[in-house]
Design a protein around this ligand. Structure first.
Ligand SMILES: NC(=O)c1ccc[n+]([C@@H]2O[C@H](COP(=O)([O-])OP(=O)(O)OC[C@H]3O[C@@H](n4cnc5c(N)ncnc54)[C@H](OP(=O)(O)O)[C@@H]3O)[C@@H](O)[C@H]2O)c1
Length: 376
């Protein structure tokens, strides 16, 4: 289910026979690559946030004599890849430096014809002899073959440079390769470990945390809530505190009991209802039926097929726990707040790898990664 991204190759620069034979470059094999150039690739890649669809976010820079002469990133799904953008950005007066430059790219260059021609061929055609790669591509169509092609065609390749950070960048892509959305669980807990009270809406986080959640919504294709959360909180689940596009709202409602409630409280508004009763449309409501009683995996795969490549799950406890128990999550973002509720609905318990801890006003945000994923 989860991307098994294997770091199989040693972290070393390997000169092929053909590159050694090239006298011009034999004394210019890649020295220890500079972190700052790969980190620039990561910064660039992030500019593609929300634009690359189920493609990975990738950044690339061309470095000549310790200076960046070209840089680019994958700007949108179906558009040119980062390497091609970096080449295109080189000024005409500096194009002759391209074969003498080192290409840094956060993800292994592609070898296959997808929506664009293979980047590996273009790199070789440009005469580039040195390539530094952040991580290999988990896509079986590429997966080491791009690096192999570059080496076979005379380039020195230094691979797995800052590979954990490079892999972290493509974690939604890894999830998508497995036919699942990238699943982010999110909840807020009181100081005494509750997420809410039965049939009563309680606001736990501060306004800064709320803004952050709105930002996360802009980065998600869909937001999923359990049926009880919908009925109790009647949440808007829209983006209001930051600019951005509203994700698709989805409710997990096995017995299809929320149709009239949604029509009454969200008149004319589009929702997906993940259910086990039927498919079809009911005005603006789209019913998506899945067939597995035990867990939501089949439903989540259908959501992926409906274009939900990143999913924010905003509670409540029952839904979150069932997803946690089924291992159906990639990342959790948990706010610990100062409120004391004394009683109510217990917050989910989660075992994971603490990736980040941040103070957001008086709230504390914990970002936890699924331990079966290997980013760091
Ligand atoms: N603090 C926070 O961050 C936060 C966030 C959200 C909600 N809340 C609070 O949480 C409370 C609601 O939580 P809750 O635990 O009672 O309910 P919930 O998780 O919101 O909804 C549970 C219901 O969702 C349906 N469901 C569909 N598929 C499911 C699946 N695979 N696993 C589990 N449930 C599934 C089930 O109803 P069917 O069997 O009928 O389908 C189930 O009874 C509210 O009080 C709300 O205010 C707090």
């Amino acid at each position: 289910m989860i991307c098994a991204h294997v770091a199989a190759v040693k972290n070393s620069s390997i000169a092929t026979a053909s590159s050694r034979a090239d006298k011009r470059y034999s004394d210019r094999m890649i020295p220890q690559p500079e972190d700052k150039f790969m980190r620039r690739c990561f910064e660039l890649a992030l500019l593609g946030q929300n634009q690359t669809g189920k493609n990975p976010k990738v950044g690339a820079v061309l470095v000549y004599d310790n200076t960046i002469i070209g840089e680019g990133y994958h700007k949108k799904f179906g558009g040119p890849h980062a390497e091609i953008e970096a080449l295109a950005s080189v000024r005409p007066a500096e194009r002759h430096l391209i074969p003498l430059s080192t290409l840094y790219v956060s993800l292994e260059p592609c070898l296959h014809f997808g929506k664009t021609p293979p980047c590996t061929e273009r790199i070789i055609a440009e005469g580039i002899k040195k390539v530094v790669v952040g991580c290999s591509d988990p896509n079986p169509l590429v997966s080491g073959k791009g690096i192999q092609y570059l080496r076979q065609n005379g380039a020195d390749v230094f691979e797995n440079h800052l590979q954990n950070e490079a892999r972290y960048l493509i974690r939604p892509f890894c999830a998508n390769l497995n036919g699942l959305p990238y699943i982010v669980l999110k909840w807020a807990a009181s100081k005494d470990g509750y997420i809410g009270k039965q049939r009563e809406q309680i606001w736990l986080t501060n306004n800064y945390s709320k803004m952050l959640v709105h930002k996360w919504r802009t980065e998600s294709d869909g937001i999923l809530v359990g049926k009880n959360t919908l009925l109790t909180d009647i949440p808007r689940l829209t983006v209001r505190d930051v600019p951005g596009i509203n994700p698709v709202r989805i409710v997990a409602d096995r017995q299809l009991r929320t149709i009239s409630f949604l029509n009454e409280h969200y008149p004319g508004q589009h929702w997906l209802i993940l259910n086990q009763v039927r498919d079809g449309n009911f005005g603006p409501l789209q019913l998506i039926r899945y067939h597995n009683d035990e867990n939501l995996e089949a439903g989540l795969r259908l959501l992926f097929d409906h274009g939900i490549h990143t999913l924010l799950v905003e509670g409540g406890n029952e839904l979150l726990n069932s997803m946690i128990n089924a291992g159906l999550w990639h990342e959790a973002r948990v706010f610990s707040t100062a409120h004391i509720l004394t009683e109510g609905i217990k917050a989910p318990q989660l075992e994971g790898k603490l990736h980040q801890q941040r103070q957001i006003g008086i709230d504390k945000l914990h970002v936890i990664l699924n331990p079966s994923l290997h980013y760091d």
